[in-house]
Design a protein around this ligand. Structure first.
Ligand SMILES: [Fe+2]
Ligand SMILES: [Fe+2]
Length: 160
């Protein structure tokens, strides 16, 4: 069995659940992509494939934990316009305290969160950046024509 111990401990965390609820509340009327468990798991699964394709072989628990955390500050952005990679990074620092990662692993996770909107990111952060974008199913989106993503950025083919 694949060990996703930390990802599951995180998902059960009371603060984590509260932040997820906050995002859900903010996105109730949102027509465009949501930032929910389904998005987080799509990113995690694509990043898992990319991690093995590139030979980086990042531990799966680390990938899933990063995916669960990367947009968790999205509600802060809706509330006060703080860029959500910064808000997510701040919230992730305390959420990671209850998880069993060493300091090097925590740094990888936090760097990937902070850089998930940075096209210049390197290593795991780059894989994560790409996986986040690839997770959106533009080919089946009813509001694709109103979305501000460029035609090149939109996922119009099934690739992962
Ligand atoms: Fe994001
Ligand atoms: Fe995302």
């Amino acid at each position: 069995m694949i060990n996703l111990k930390n990802a599951n401990v995180l998902y059960q965390n009371k603060d984590y659940q509260k932040y997820l609820e906050n995002i859900k509340g903010c996105e109730k009327q949102r027509e465009f992509c949501h930032h929910d468990l389904s998005h987080f798991l799509s990113v995690a699964r694509i990043a898992t494939i990319k991690s093995s394709e590139t030979g980086l072989n990042i531990p799966r628990d680390l990938i899933y934990t990063t995916a669960l955390l990367h947009d968790i500050g999205r509600f802060v952005q809706y509330e006060d316009k703080t860029p959500h990679e910064i808000a997510s990074h701040t919230l992730a620092i305390s959420l990671l305290e209850s998880l069993d990662f060493n300091s090097n692993e925590k740094k990888q996770i936090l760097d990937a969160i902070l850089n998930h909107r940075n096209p210049e990111a390197q290593g795991f952060s780059h894989i994560f950046y790409e996986s986040d974008k690839l997770s959106r199913e533009c080919l089946d989106c009813p509001v694709a024509t109103q979305c501000d993503w460029s035609a090149e950025k939109k996922n119009l083919l099934i690739r992962y």
